[in-house]
Design a protein around this ligand. Structure first.
Ligand code: GLY
Length: 403
């Protein structure tokens, strides 16, 4: 009995320290905010045109748009599907279907690139997942076949940018971003029973892990291979600060992509890679948890942040937290994800002067003009809301995480 007060005090401090280290996210508030911003966006968009929100230039309130062939065209329809998932309101399902169907001609696109996954899987794929609408299936399969036509079995990867062959002296190029679009191929194998999409995706992920990741767990942006022999030749950057730098969104794409590849295959090699990339991303984050556009940008701290990289990484970390088995690891990744989302929601959201959800992303800092530097960009919003939905689902499953 004489130890009772000591035990009580210890229990109190243990509880206090556990509570202290956890960030609780008010997902409903931020989902409501996101949906309200999207409602405002819809009010000023022309729903009759195939012009899709992309980014918001300085001083503007509404989205500047892209045609359906722009690489970002799937994010707005995908975001509308997220709004439907968040609200369960049929109005959002109708909006999402309407904007998704604008992308239908992409199933016959001739000047394809790997972005087909971002375009078709985020739109029709989310629609199929949420509604079971079978009309989306043949469109998705046509698109997956187009994506597969970029697969070079000698190299063992998809060519990401056929349009950039001249820039790379005719070499086969594969970019870290391409990891995300493998999810579409995994889906195609599941939907058709044809294992070839899945085999290509696994080969692609293995080659990416081998040639796009440096010994310090940072990622290159572009890997170049000899088209005929399949030999790796060199790795360079396109959107990063320099060839050896860690472009923030690339590291986030890699983290997300290898986490997804582990979910789809159960292969430990992909889990290990996902964790390496995630741990590096987390280790190098600045104090406010939103990375500079490149972790090695020359003038840090006087460089722009990239909220999109933070949003993509947060969504990936939430999924990773579910896939790792050790309790401490699960809590570590979830806590990091939630802290990043909290930072985005509190410090990087739109101030209401525009219709975006998040501000302060960087598209391509290396472009002299039109690089979307320090602007709201649609894919930041897409992954932010995806992450909020993931965290909302986790809060329902594990209510004790946030005490
Ligand atoms: N290519 C996709 C991106 O800019 O992240």
């Amino acid at each position: 009995m004489k130890y009772f007060p000591v035990l009580l005090i210890s229990a109190f401090f243990l509880l206090a320290s556990c509570t202290e280290k956890r960030t609780c996210l008010d997902t409903e508030t931020w989902l409501d905010f996101s949906v309200a911003q999207m409602s405002q966006a819809l009010e000023i968009l022309d729903a009759d045109q195939a012009q899709i929100p992309r980014s918001i230039p300085p001083g503007e309130r509404g989205w500047s748009t892209t045609g359906i062939h722009g690489w970002t065209s799937g994010f707005w329809p995908g975001l509308l599907w997220h709004a439907y998932e968040a609200t369960d309101d049929d109005q959002w399902r109708e909006h999402a279907h309407h904007w998704t169907m604008k992308l239908e001609p992409l199933r016959r696109w001739e000047r394809i690139n790997h972005d087909l996954g971002f375009m078709l899987h985020n739109s029709f794929g989310n629609g199929l997942r949420l509604t079971g609408n079978e009309d989306y299936v043949p469109i998705l399969i046509d698109g997956a076949d187009l994506l597969m036509s970029l697969y070079n079995p000698t190299v063992g990867t998809i060519m990401s940018w056929p349009f950039a062959l001249e820039r790379y002296d005719g070499r086969h190029n594969t970019i870290i971003d391409n990891m995300i679009n493998l999810e579409y191929l995994f889906w195609a194998s599941n939907a058709t029973g044809d294992p070839s999409y899945r085999e290509a995706a696994i080969n692609h992920a293995r080659k990416t892990a081998r040639y796009t990741i440096r010994p310090d767990s940072s990622t290159y942006h572009v890997a170049l291979f000899n088209m005929e022999t399949g030999e790796f030749e060199e790795a360079v950057t396109h959107q990063g600060a320099h060839d050896q730098s860690m472009w923030a969104r690339g590291q986030a794409w890699g983290t997300y992509g290898f986490t997804m590849a582990y979910r789809e295959t159960g292969l430990d090699e992909f889990k290990d890679t996902a964790r390496m990339l995630a741990d590096k991303f987390i280790r190098e984050l600045p104090d406010d948890l939103v990375p500079f556009w490149d972790f090695d940008a020359p003038n840090i701290p006087d460089e722009e942040r990239d909220a999109s990289a933070a949003a993509i990484a947060a969504s990936a970390l939430l999924e990773l937290s579910e896939l790792v088995t050790d309790t401490a690891d699960r809590e570590f990744y979830r806590e990091k994800a939630v802290s990043i989302l909290d930072a985005l929601a509190k410090n990087y959201r739109s101030d209401g002067s525009n219709v975006a959800i998040l501000w302060h992303s960087v598209g391509n800092r290396n472009r002299a003009e039109g690089g979307e530097v320090d602007e709201p960009i649609i894919y930041a919003d897409y992954y932010f809301v995806e992450a909020l939905l993931r965290e909302r689902a986790l809060q329902k499953r594990f209510p004790d995480f946030c005490r």
